[in-house]
Structure formats: C-alpha cells, structure tokens
Design a protein around this ligand. Sequence first.
Ligand SMILES: NC(=O)c1ccc[n+]([C@@H]2O[C@H](COP(=O)([O-])OP(=O)(O)OC[C@H]3O[C@@H](n4cnc5c(N)ncnc54)[C@H](OP(=O)(O)O)[C@@H]3O)[C@@H](O)[C@H]2O)c1
Length: 508
Amino acid sequence: MEKGEHKEEPAAQTEGEVKSGEKEEDKKEEPKKAQEEEKIRSIVLTGYGGYSKVQIQKSRKPQPTDGRVVIRVHACGLNFAQIIQRQGIYPSPKKPPFVMGMECAGTVEELGENVTELEVGTRVVCLMYNGAWSEYVSVPVDDCFPLPESMSFEDAAALPVNYLTAYFMLFHCANLGRRKSVLIHMAAGGVGIAATQLCKTVEGVTLFGTASSSKHETITANGINHAIDYRTEDYIQAVKKYAFPILEVSFNKKRICPEGVDIVLDSLGGSDTKKGFNLLKHLGIIVIFGNASSVSESKGLFSSTKNWFQGVTFNPMQLFKESKSVCGFDLKEIGNFPELKKEAMTDLFKLYREGKIKPHIDHVFAFEEVGKAMKKMHERKNVGKIILSPMKEPEPEPEPKPKVASSKTAGSKTAAEAEVPKEGEAEAKTEETETKPEKEDDKKEEAKVEAKEESKEEAKEESKEELKEEPKDEAKEEAKEEPKEEAKAEEKKETEEAKPDEKEEAAS
Ligand SMILES: NC(=O)c1ccc[n+]([C@@H]2O[C@H](COP(=O)([O-])OP(=O)(O)OC[C@H]3O[C@@H](n4cnc5c(N)ncnc54)[C@H](OP(=O)(O)O)[C@@H]3O)[C@@H](O)[C@H]2O)c1
C-alpha cells in the first residue's frame, strides 16, 4: 500500500453483492431462517446525487477474521465528508455502492484470530473511513480504542473524526502555544466545537469563531471569545479592527488583533483561503483542511466550482517574504501512522476524563432518518455533532397542522409553512427500498452532479485567468464585497424558501 492510501474497510456486503458472490448450491443448503437471522442493516451510498441515493440495505453479518473484531454498533458519527461524498465531490471518491460512515462506537461481540488486546464486551470507538454505518462492523484491532468508563456511545462516536482532526491541526500542524490567537471557521460544527475546546486547554488563547448568529450563544459558551456572524459581517474587519466583548460599552471599543491572527483553521477553501492567509500576522499559519464553500445552496454550481479553483494562489516568494506558513491536513493520512493516532486518542480520552473536552451532540437520528440528518447538516441547522443510531426507532412525523384560512394567509404559504418538510424527510425504509427523499432537493442535487463535470472545466479556465491577477488586491476587493454578496444570497435563499413552487420551476 502506498503512502496516503489507507486500506479501506471491507464493508458489510450489500444484498446485491451477497447474491452475486454466493454459490447457488450453498444457498440452497442454508436454512432460510438462519439466513434471515444473519442479515443486518447498513446505510449504503448507491450512487452520487440526492438523498434517495442513500439507502438502508440488508447484508450478511460480518465474521471476525485474523486481527479483527466484530463490533455491535450503538452510535455512528455523521460528518461533512458524507454530504460531499453523496454529492460526488469528495476528493478521490470511492465508487458507489458502499457502506458509508467513518466512525462508530459499540461493544466488541466477536474476536478474530490473534486478537489479544480486546475482550468480548469491551466498549470501543472505531475510526474506519468507510463502512461504519452498519449494525455490525468488522474492524482491525488497531483501529479500535477502548472507551473511558464515563463516556457514552454517542460522545464516543462524536470523537474520532472531529477531535482528531482538530487535535492534529492545532498541536501538530500549527504548534499552538500560549497567548496565540486563532480564527475558527464553522465554529458551531463538529470540528469547530472540538477545536475551540482544545484551544481552551492552552493558556491565554484568544478565539474568533464564525457561525450563524443563532449559534453564537452556544459557541461563546463553548469558549469562543469573539463570535462573528459571517453572513452579515466581514470576518476580516471583525478580527482586525474592533470587537465588542459582552459588558464592554460601545464607546470603549477595543482593538483585538489589529495585525491579524496567529492561526487560521480553514475549512472553507476557495476564496476564503486567500482571505485567511491575508489575515495572518507575522509568523502566522493557515491550516487548510476543508472545502465547505464549494457546498453551498445559495451559490450556483458554477460559482461553487469556481470558488474551489480560486483557492490555490500561493507562491514560495510570497511565503518567504511575508514569513507566513501554509499547511494542509487530511485525517485519512493518519491511517498510515497508527502510533500517532493511538497517542492522540489516549490524550483525548484523558482530556475527556478531566472534563476539558465534551462533544456537543446536536441530535441522535435513527438509521432510517439518515436523509433527515444529512438535510439538517446541509442546511446548516446543526449545532455540533449529528449522531446516527441503529438502535433508535425513527421519531414519528409531527401531525400536519390543520390549515387555518385567514384573509392574510389564505391561498399562499408562509415562509414557516414552506420550511416544514411535508413529504418524507429523506427517510430511509428498510429492505433495499429507496429512501423517501425530499423530491425537490433530490432533483436539484442530481442536476448538480450531472452538470458538475461540465462546469468544472469552464470554471478552471476562468479561474486560471483570474489567478493571474495580484492575489492581495483581489483579496482586498473580496473583503469589501463578500459580505454584501453573502447577504444578497441569503436574502435570495429566504425568498426562495418561501416560494417552493417557483423554486421547482426554476430547477426544471
Ligand atoms: N481534512 C480532514 O481530515 C477533515 C476532517 C473532518 C472535517 N473536515 C472539514 O471540516 C469542515 C467542518 O466539518 P464538520 O463535520 O465539523 O462540519 P459540520 O458539523 O457539518 O458543520 C456544519 C456547520 O458549518 C457551518 N457552515 C459554514 N459553511 C457551510 C457550508 N458551506 N455548508 C454547510 N455548513 C456550513 C454551518 O453552521 P453556520 O450556520 O454557523 O454557518 C453548519 O451548521 C468541513 O469542511 C469538512 O470537510 C476535514
């Protein structure tokens, strides 16, 4: 295996694979009942596109093989990666169909040969890259970490991807030290919450966090010193110029970081990478680890793709003249360094036991509600971690409210009504049936995936042209114009949400 190519987990076989891989005679011999009993549920990505591409399928229960254990799964983490995997824009994508999910927690049920480190019944968390969203998983013993007694399965499933990513970025890439200043984008997301808590373990760190204003209370309680609503405020201005800490009267404006920050954790990519780089002070470092700005509902496909290509504009002379660093991080690579991973997990468990870190669980969804869970993340409605559990029953849909005709609302939907998901929140049914998707969302997603390839080329050409311009000036312009554009896009989105019929017309 080459460096960077982490070995993929042999995910549970889906029904289709079971059928093609089985000999007819064997099948006859097996009593039907026993076969039924062996079947387990997994969440499978069947193709790129909308929520309906994510389906619950039945497959055989995995057997423990050499050096592996079989885990009965209690809780799984949903990550941003699965949103972009479904859309087909994940870097180096795995070809569907496959069982999704990078992390899960549960109990060891069976041991393979040569496994001495774990016992049946041990509670563990596993980092798997793919294949974790299943009732039972087979995992190499090195990728299982026994849990502290006090840790719930939900907290455990929220740990590996978010906290390991934040941990390596802060303590390995950026070498976070005392009294540094850090800008954390998506501060209310899983990695954002984790990064904030880990920063707070170091003395005197000043934290700026971007998030929607409705989430500011949570991120401030989590440790962010200066919450920035990126939708209405330019974060560069907010960091560099003034801030209004609670209790500080407005005429006593305080300059916080006029020279910029020491560390930017860049999960947005695209033009925000340039902005982040320009926001660094002398000896600062930007850690690039995501490309969320390419996954935008308010921006069109063309501008999203263009945004992706706009990110790469550093030249070595600029780095050395400005004494700044650019760094990248991908958790997948850590698969090739088991010792590093083990050490970091041990540290994280210690911090958890000491009460210094604690995942913020947004909601626990049943497997059947995976579409609903993904939709919540995609629409930026989550605060912290979304968990999927094979043990949980789906929540009953709320009764539709009786329509009250009033002179003001009769014949037209209010924005609030338009937001209530009417027809199946991408709810998955069992037994290889399609999920029940938000049909409009699905159509749009599929159209996006189809158009993606064409737009990429177009965007490449255009961004090549733009990259010839002086990056600093461009960033300055963006700093001026970005908030206005964002606000307009947001306004447009809200208007569209209030008019679902018009939206559908536009999509077609
Ligand atoms: N390199 C790695 O190894 C690695 C590992 C894990 C995660 N990541 C990256 O880290 C980033 C955060 O991941 P996460 O799992 O923490 O995310 P998450 O929990 O899904 O965070 C979602 C929140 O981020 C905000 N957000 C900002 N821009 C967004 C956008 N374009 N689309 C959706 N939400 C957006 C939203 O909050 P507001 O309403 O406040 O905007 C949303 O609620 C992603 O870019 C992901 O790809 C990278």
